[in-house]
Design a protein around this ligand. Structure first.
Ligand code: 5GP
Length: 211
């Protein structure tokens, strides 16, 4: 029997800046060819090592507002003083085709998608939420400083927001505590695989020919 035809998972990852969402995502994308990443739009400046159209679509505030006006976003929010948004076009077709999509978005964005899913049956079937947490505040600070890509002001803002973000863990279905990078990745990849076995996303009865 061939694998049953299913919709893809919309895998929402949230957690404080520096918890390790990007590293877990990069490892998963390198391992699973049928997994993809939803490239968000942002009005923040490009950091060293980032590429436009790969890490984000880096947009002016005017261009971002144009997307809002056209209703192009599945969700958008102001995070650490900049706008970030998920384009519908990054998600819809891939999920229809049965491909899993990772969304690295903040707690407000996740909340907005969950609210949308209350009225959208397909989204409700596809959305899964994972909270990625650092093992401690001291470790979070160490990682943010260690990246060497953020200004002191940006680090302070991110640390300031971390407490508020951490208090949202209960709104997520799954929790990965990123203490040891390899162990956290083992948990994460296990979750991706397990979610592929969910009956919730099957497009049709997989046994209709056998009965
Ligand atoms: P960074 O500036 O470190 O890349 O991201 C800052 C925060 O913005 C992270 O918590 C990240 O998850 C969040 N973020 C990235 N893209 C989006 C998006 O499309 N929507 C929302 N709501 N948050 C996002």
């Amino acid at each position: 029997m061939t694998a049953p035809i299913r919709y893809g998972t919309v895998l929402i990852l949230s957690g404080p800046s520096g918890a390790g969402k990007s590293t877990l995502t990069s490892r998963a994308l390198a391992e699973f060819p049928d997994l993809s990443f939803s490239i968000s739009c942002t009005t923040r400046a490009l950091r060293g090592g980032e590429k436009d159209g790969v890490d984000y679509y880096f947009l002016s505030k005017e261009k971002f507002e144009e997307h809002i006006a056209k209703g192009d976003f599945l969700e958008y929010a102001c995070v650490h003083g900049n706008f970030y948004g998920t384009l519908r076009s990054e998600v819809a077709r891939r999920v229809e085709e049965g491909r899993d999509v990772i969304l690295d978005i903040d707690v407000q964005g996740a909340q907005k998608i969950l609210e949308r899913a209350e009225k959208d049956e397909l989204l409700a079937r596809c959305v899964e939420t994972v909270f990625i947490a650092p093992p401690s505040r001291a470790e979070l600070e160490r990682r943010l400083r260690g990246r060497g890509t953020d200004s002191e002001e940006s680090i302070a803002k991110r640390l300031g927001n971390a407490g508020r973000e951490l208090s949202c863990w209960k709104q997520y279905k799954y929790l990965v505590i990123n203490d040891d990078a390899d162990k956290a990745y083992e948990n994460f990849r296990g979750l991706i695989l397990a979610l592929r076995s969910s009956t919730k996303r099957l497009k049709e009865d997989p046994f209709h020919e056998q009965r």
